[in-house]
Each structure stands twice: as C-alpha cells, then as structure tokens.
Design a protein. Structure first.
Length: 245
C-alpha cells in the first residue's frame, strides 16, 4: 500500500488506493485501507486555495453558452473544454493553457509560456487538433477570457469547423471540469514543489499531464479508470459491438 501511495505522488486518498489495489487483484475494503493508511502515516499533502485569473473585462464579442453545463458526453471528440491557469517559479509566472476532451477527461493538448496571450491558447488547440483529428462540428467550451475571444483564436475555430461555446457571465461552475483538473494539478504536483525556473516547471507539469494524469490517475467519473484506459476500454467495446453486428 505504501508503494502504491508513493508511486501516485502521495496524492491518493483511501478510495483511489482501494481501487488501485483492486486493479492488482488485492481485494480489501475502503475502511480497512483508511485504517492502514492512518497507521502508516500515509496522508495526502494538499494545501492552499485555488484562484481564478481569467480577465473577461473586454469589449470583444463573446459566444453563446451552447454546452450549458452538459458535462456527460457519450463519445470522444464531440466536446472539448479549455482554460488557462498560472504556475509560480523563482523565474516568474508560467502560464498553462490546456484542452480536455469531456468524454474521457483526457488532456488532448496543452501549452506553457511566460506570456498569457492568444498564441498560448492557439498552440494548445493546434496540438489537440493535430493529435486527435476531430471531425467538423466539434464543440469547444471556454470562459470569456480575451484570449478565447481574440480574432486569432476564433479564426482557428472557424478553419477547423469547431463550434464555439462560452460560459455565462458570473457562473463560476460553468467550466467546472477543467477547473477541477487545474486544482488537481496544483494540489497533487505544483504546490508540492518549488520550481527554480520555467524549464523545471515545464518538465514537471508535462510529466504530470502526459504520464500521471492521462495514463495513471483514477477518475471516479470514469468508473475509476484513467482517461487513457477509459478510452481504450470503450474503443474495444465499440469494435466488439460493430463486429457482432
């Protein structure tokens, strides 16, 4: 149990530790897990509060809220969400723009930069498009930040036939799934480190996203599978159903 806890960055509580043990065919109850964790001093290190940084005070045109908090999606590459957050280093602020597929909660594109510009969000989206090759009609939901309202970003959406959706003004939970990802990133990785420079932070955050979050971290909304395993499982099921018909 101690090894699993450490391998997951000391971030798993009793519920996810139990699920990880079950995946290794070790059947144990959650309360037993909690008791052993307490006895072994296995305690998560989450600290600090989460702060929103988006600046939506601008006069650019904003899109309607097409998503309207419908977070449960039945297939990949139908609805993506995106947002920006900040990471402190000894060399100054570093900004992270990320794109998530709502179906699997997988981060399909991201970009890090010392400047919070339209280039930052466009790079993250371009990586997601290149990686996933989504069909036309994909919906992209964001907040009303100036980067997402910029002509550069809107032109990119139009070029690839992507439908733009933006949260209602004043609704703090309207992009809750992406905000939860940022909170997990900060609790489970960023706030546990003191980055000396941008390069160090970029390397660590990239590892968290591509190795831990997408491939390993168990999500309760996905039946305690990682985003990668959730997509793999459901892709295999779709192939089996198709073959049987």
């Amino acid at each position: 149990m101690c090894a699993i806890f450490k391998m997951r960055g000391q971030n798993y509580g009793s519920r996810r530790i139990q699920r990880a043990l079950h995946a290794e065919n070790i059947m144990i109850g959650r309360y037993k897990v909690r008791k052993i964790m307490r006895q072994q001093g296995l305690k998560t290190t989450w600290t600090r509060a989460f702060t929103r940084t988006t600046d939506s005070k601008h006069k650019m045109k904003v899109a309607d809220n097409v998503l309207d908090q419908q977070f449960n999606i039945d297939a990949a590459n139908k609805v993506w969400v995106a947002d920006i957050t900040y990471i402190w280093t000894a060399s100054g602020w570093l900004y992270l723009a990320a794109v998530m597929d709502l179906y699997s909660r997988k981060i399909v594109g991201y970009s890090l930069s010392s400047r919070m510009t339209a280039d930052l969000v466009c790079t993250a989206l371009q990586i997601a498009i290149h990686t996933r090759q989504p069909p036309k009609g994909l919906m992209m939901h964001t907040d009303r930040g100036s980067q997402y309202c910029s002509q550069q970003y809107q032109d990119l959406l139009s070029l690839h036939g992507i439908i733009c959706s933006m949260r209602h003004k004043g609704l703090c939970y309207d992009n809750a799934v992406m905000e939860r990802f940022f909170l997990n990133l900060k609790m489970e990785r960023v706030w546990q480190n003191h980055y000396a420079n941008h390069e160090e932070a970029i390397k660590d955050v990239s590892h968290y996203i591509t190795v831990f979050y997408n491939q390993v971290r168990l999500h309760s909304t996905l039946g305690y599978l990682s985003p990668h395993n959730f997509e793999q499982k459901n892709t295999n099921l779709s192939i089996m159903v198709s073959d049987s018909t």
